[in-house]
Design a protein around this ligand. Structure first.
Ligand SMILES: *Cc1c(COP(=O)(O)O)cnc(C)c1O
Length: 355
């Protein structure tokens, strides 16, 4: 049976990413050694990281003055690295869910962290729009895609202070105006690579402004100076990320994938809205194109375990919703083919016919 991986993360990757990485694990570039056992400072690996950086710049149209880093520690380490490097007195945070909360919590260790708005009272089913960012904040932090609650900011917002974004789960899903951001970061395991590498896109001139001493491993400037090789970077995940980036370029880049993503999401949301058994908890204009959350209508609530079982038996893997929303969550990242989305829709329709 064909299986479709709808997991939220680690998640589906292009087949070619797996194939090329498997090949390189056995014999990298035909040198007779595995990518797992060569020096990160070897010429062969330098070529890999250089091309990955170049493709970040090309695919996201990153302007001059930004550096791209490949680090360890996950997005969660960035929750602390961002304030460590940028927060002198005060920072502003938009609270749009679990990850935004975790970021805010870390910032409080470094200074005043203001929550400018929150949608907590509605279980994070929408993204607050009316708020004021304090003009004296050192930066404003947002989470562009809320992986758990299925909401997403579909545009690059304006901010009166340097804008910092956690884009763990929607990077490379659409074109970005990078010039509007001071810093963008994310764990790679949602849309790019296996877990283990974290990307950071940082505008160099926002650094060096805080008075606290910064430990070397947490100092962006040290990593920039060393080309992400201050210590050993996650070699294999970086290699895998490069394969995904090549795949994306081949496909036509972020403009092309955005079109596909909008189409996939529209099909699934249309079915959720049409099907009498299901409904989507996220506000319509904020619906995520990456993580599609849906639950059963109240009168059918008790059917949830039955539908889950039905779908799993038909090859739908990883659609159980996060415990904080319940129901179902279909993560339809870049690598999810439209056939996968259609297979899930067929499942929902066949289940409805039985009821
Ligand atoms: C998954 C996720 C994280 C956590 O990433 P780690 O790499 O596991 O630390 C943070 N933010 C968002 C939006 C996520 O989806």
């Amino acid at each position: 049976m064909k299986k479709y991986n709808f997991s939220a993360g680690p998640s589906i990757l292009p087949r070619v990413t797996m194939e090329k990485t498997a090949e390189a694990i056995m014999d990298f570039n035909g040198i007779g050694l595995s990518i797992m056992e060569i020096s990160h400072r070897s010429k062969d690996f330098q070529v890999v990281i250089d091309e990955a950086v170049a493709l970040f710049k090309e695919l996201l149209d990153i302007p001059e003055g930004y550096s791209i880093l490949f680090l360890g520690g996950g997005a969660s380490l960035q929750f602390c690295m961002v304030p460590y490097n940028l927060l002198e007195k005060k920072a502003a945070y938009l609270n749009t869910g679990t990850w935004a909360n975790k970021a805010l919590k870390e910032a409080k260790l470094f200074g005043e962290a203001v929550e400018v708005a929150s949608s907590k009272e509605a279980n994070y089913s929408y993204i607050p729009k009316d708020y004021v960012v304090p003009a004296d904040a050192d930066y404003f932090h947002i989470t562009t895609n809320n992986t758990i609650f299925g909401t997403e900011l579909h545009t690059d917002i304006d901010s009166p202070v340097p804008l910092v974004a956690d884009m763990s789960s929607d990077i490379f899903s659409r074109p970005l105006d990078v010039s509007k951001y001071a810093l963008i970061y994310g764990g790679a395991q949602k849309n790019l690579a296996p877990a283990g590498v974290t990307f950071v896109i940082v505008k160099e001139d926002v650094l060096g402004k805080v008075s606290r001493p910064i430990p070397s491993m947490l100092d962006y400037r040290i990593h920039i100076k060393n080309g992400s090789m201050f210590n050993t970077p996650p070699v294999v995940p970086i290699f895998a990320a490069l394969q995904t980036l090549r795949w994306l370029k081949e496909l036509g880049g972020v403009k092309a994938i955005e079109k596909i993503n909008i189409d996939k999401a529209a099909r699934l949301y249309d079915e959720i809205d049409r099907n009498r058994l299901f409904k989507g908890p996220a506000a319509e204009e904020d619906r995520s194109f990456m993580n599609v959350c849906f639950v059963m209508e109240d009168e059918y609530k008790e059917l949830e375990p039955e539908f889950l079982d039905f779908a799993v038996k038909r090859g739908m893997s990883g659609i159980k919703g996060h415990r904080s929303v319940g129901g179902f969550r279909a993560s339809i990242y870049n690598a999810m083919p439209v056939e996968g989305v259609q297979a899930l829709i067929d499942c929902m329709q066949d289940f409805e016919k039985q009821k």
